[in-house]
Design a protein around this ligand. Structure first.
Ligand SMILES: Cc1ncc(COP(=O)(O)O)c(C=O)c1O
Length: 390
């Protein structure tokens, strides 16, 4: 099918490059002309193990050979095993609800928070620059005008405060507040990292005011920042964790990990999903989790993030247009003093896929499996492109 025919049938909800991708493997995607692109975005943070990781492909094939779908009125082994892996490595004593996307994981978190509020408290505080998804509820939670444009009136019950601002957060909490929901490393917002002081203040505030802490780890989770979840690098214990994207290496999944305060509140019939935690996607999730929990992968993240930190600081020293490098593990933002999309486009031309976000930020989310040589290639393409364009 030509791209013109495609556009005749598919709604133009996305801006697409005039490129048709036909194959992917490891750190690379390939177009229909055979051109290869080093994927330094991992499909918006999905392919953390690279494309088509062999152990996940095998798990999908094996599971598809015996059971693809039964509704959630039955027990299935892969769903239970995936829940066990998530809980044992995050909120001990917690339990998981499975949906199909990051937005759904956050929708479930919002519903659970309302249950906790018992109809008396319902307001949820979120941070400016956040991104929690595109469905009606989480669009309202997302504190970015460009996401909400055209879709008023928004669902009520969300209050937005500046990110990393303790005083603003404290002032925003009142007797109607039931939860604070935030990304500790804002992804779509341009890689903004919560300070330790901010996280500590949130944790204290939540304890003092009996407010739930929901951490959105849809993008920052699954080993991306150097620990399974970003919150594990802060001295805090969330009440709810949401995750998705990389959890099943590219099959659609969302998981809401509910802590001890939530578990007793959720009863049969209160929430549900036809496909959530299906056998094939859950088997892919189990294989993905096992690979991400492998200490060798975690060592790779540590050493490659160190290597990239050094190289990107050198790049920033060389090119004045890079005003800041923000990084947590392999979640990296280059703040520019100019529009970032011409640079992202020129990188793509030269075979490097990176993303432009918030108009002036280049976002890098390479697979956690990249090699030092691939990291060097990416930095040298960026160097070349920025040099040529500035
Ligand atoms: C932090 C965060 N939360 C939620 C979402 C929404 O996830 P999905 O697109 O799977 O609905 C995203 C997607 O980019 C995200 O980055």
């Amino acid at each position: 099918m030509s791209r013109e025919e495609f556009d005749q049938y598919v709604l133009p909800a996305y801006t697409r490059f005039p490129i048709t991708i036909v194959r992917a493997e490891g750190s690379y995607i390939y177009d229909d002309q055979g051109k290869q692109y080093l994927d330094f975005l991992s499909g918006w943070g999905v392919s953390n193990l690279g494309h088509r990781p062999p152990s996940v492909v095998e798990a999908i094939k094996n599971q598809a050979g015996v059971l693809i779908h039964v509704p959630n009125v039955f027990y299935t082994e892969p769903q239970g095993e995936l829940a066990r892996l998530l809980v044992d490595n995050s909120l001990g004593g917690g339990k998981v609800f499975f949906g199909n996307s990051g937005a759904e994981a956050n929708e479930a978190a919002i519903k659970f928070a309302k249950l906790y509020g018992q109809g008396k408290r319902h307001t949820i505080v979120t941070a400016e620059g956040s991104f929690h998804g595109r469905t009606a509820g989480v669009m309202a939670a997302t504190a970015q005008g460009k996401v909400k444009g055209g879709f008023d009136p928004q669902l009520q019950g969300f209050v937005h405060v500046p990110f990393n601002d303790v005083a603003a957060l404290q002032q925003s909490v009142d007797e109607s507040t039931v939860a604070i929901m935030l990304e500790l490393v804002q992804g779509e917002g341009g890689i903004n990292v919560a300070t330790q002081e901010y996280a500590a203040a949130i944790s204290q505030l939540c304890r003092d005011r009996d407010v739930l802490l929901i951490v959105d780890e849809v993008q920052s989770g699954m080993g991306r920042t150097g620990s399974l979840f970003a919150y594990q690098q802060y001295n805090i214990e969330p009440d709810i964790i949401t995750t998705a994207k990389a959890l099943a290496s590219g099959l659609p999944i969302g998981a809401t990990i509910a802590g001890k305060k939530i578990v007793p509140l959720v009863k049969p019939g209160m929430h549900g999903s036809t496909f959530g935690g299906g056998a094939v996607v859950a088997a892919a999730g189990v294989a993905t989790m096992r690979a991400i929990l492998d200490p060798k992968l975690q060592q790779n993240v540590a050493s490659l993030s160190g290597l990239l930190a050094d190289k990107l600081q050198q790049l920033a020293a060389k090119h004045d247009c890079i005003t800041e490098v923000r990084q947590r593990g392999l979640m990296i933002g280059l703040q520019l003093d100019r529009p970032s999309s011409p640079i992202a486009d020129a990188c793509l031309e030269r075979g490097l896929y990176v993303n432009s976000t918030q108009d002036t930020v280049i976002r890098l989310l390479p697979p956690l499996t990249i090699t030092p040589a691939e990291a060097e290639t990416a930095v040298s393409i960026l160097d070349e492109v920025i040099g040529a364009l500035s």
